[in-house]
Write a protein of this length. Structure first.
Length: 154
């Protein structure tokens, strides 16, 4: 099961990835986040390492909203949910083994506060592929980088 782009509402957020090989992956992230929240007691939480150089790269390249990052880092009382990774689907030809589907701003917050690890859910392909969005024209990495990051409270 997948979700057609035409069935999403206008302001619904998506995670999008374009691999070096041109592979496009799009996920209805708000729907996936809700599913994770509904199933969080059945999901295992992992401790994953935090790499500051990734956060810096995401901010410099505009992969995350600088303003949203500042807002989250300023709020010291904010509790954070685990980030959400999705394992690569079987037979894929990309060079990665997992996608960081949701949680880049939380990851940046962890870097800001010097956390060596961050909690994460690691979803199997069958769990996250149900939220994959189809019927989107193929795009290049350059085209994806030109799309503004939409972020904010859920």
């Amino acid at each position: 099961m997948t979700i057609s782009f035409h069935d999403m509402h206008d302001k619904e957020r998506m995670y999008s990835f374009v691999g070096d090989n041109g592979e496009n992956v799009h996920v209805a992230i708000e729907r996936l986040y809700k599913w994770v929240q509904d199933h969080k007691f059945q999901l295992k939480v992992y401790s994953t390492p935090v790499h500051p150089h990734l956060a810096i790269k995401w901010i410099k390249t505009g992969l995350v909203s600088r303003q949203r990052s500042i807002e989250l880092c300023a709020n010291t009382k904010l509790a954070t949910d685990p980030i959400i990774y999705g394992k690569e689907k079987p037979g894929a030809v990309s060079k990665i083994d997992m996608y960081l589907l949701d949680g880049r701003h939380r990851y940046i917050r962890a870097v800001h506060y010097g956390a060596p690890i961050i909690e994460a859910y690691i979803l199997e392909p069958k769990q996250w592929l149900a939220f994959q969005v189809t019927n989107i024209p193929q795009m290049s990495q350059q085209q994806l980088q030109r799309i503004p990051v939409v972020s904010g409270p859920r």
